[in-house]
Design a protein around this ligand. Structure first.
Ligand code: SF4
Length: 224
């Protein structure tokens, strides 16, 4: 991940941030995992959202948490039961990793999830994105969290000439440079940029005509 000294803040970043946050306050969806800062709940949502759409995850998320209300309950569950609770969501590897993670955290850390992205990354099934997301969404750490939605928005807004693949490092650097300096606004910013990628600047179509950040976006400014 980026070192502070190597980060260059794009000129349009302040306006981009301002517009994005204003839009999110009015249009951001009220999702269950946005109402909590409980690290375990945030973690479960992030594992579920890794390859599954929001609308589908919502129901599973509530049922899963009813069955395993905290990390201890999950750690002590038999693997077959966890797998069964995941049935229908697919990609069972995620469930197996989440279960392993819960056991490890209960065994080695007394059930307390770490708040540092670097430490989070040492846990089963946690890559750079999930580590950033949990650090930001549960602990309000000032860190970037770049998933495919965020990568697409950053690329279109600030690096329209970068290829869609193989530019991760650059996109993380830019995301790290534009994320607000304090934890609470960073939480909102990370949620907001993800939301923009999910609702407006989507993989299928960039709806520049109705996009709130258009004046601060390199791609949007070129669209008539
Ligand atoms: S203006 Fe267009 S390309 Fe830029 S962020 Fe908005 S939808 Fe995406």
């Amino acid at each position: 991940m980026a070192h502070k000294s190597s980060l260059r803040t794009p000129r349009d970043a302040p306006e981009f941030r301002r517009r994005l946050l204003r839009w999110f306050r009015r249009h951001g969806r009220d999702l269950p995992w946005r109402r909590t800062r409980d690290p375990y709940r945030v973690l479960v949502s992030e594992f579920m959202l890794q390859q599954t759409q929001v609308a589908r995850v919502e129901g599973y998320y509530a049922r899963f948490l009813e069955r395993y209300p905290d990390i201890h309950a999950l750690a002590h569950a038999p693997p077959a039961a966890v797998r069964e609770s995941w049935a229908g969501l697919g990609y069972y590897r995620r469930a197996a990793n989440l279960h392993r993670l819960a056991r490890e955290v209960v065994r080695d850390r007394d059930g307390t999830l770490p708040s540092e992205p670097k430490e989070l990354r040492t846990l089963p099934g946690v890559g750079p994105y999930t580590a950033g997301a949990v650090a930001s969404f549960a602990f309000e750490r000032r860190t970037a969290a770049v998933d495919t939605n965020v990568a697409r928005v950053i690329r279109r807004a600030f690096h329209p000439r970068l290829p869609a693949r193989g530019a991760e490092r650059r996109l993380w650097d830019t995301a790290s440079a534009i994320v607000p300096r304090a934890g609470r606004p960073a939480w909102t910013f990370n949620q907001a940029i993800m939301e923009l990628g999910a609702l407006v600047c989507t993989a299928r179509v960039a709806r520049c005509g109705e996009c709130p950040v258009r004046p601060a976006c390199a791609t949007g400014r070129r669209v008539r």
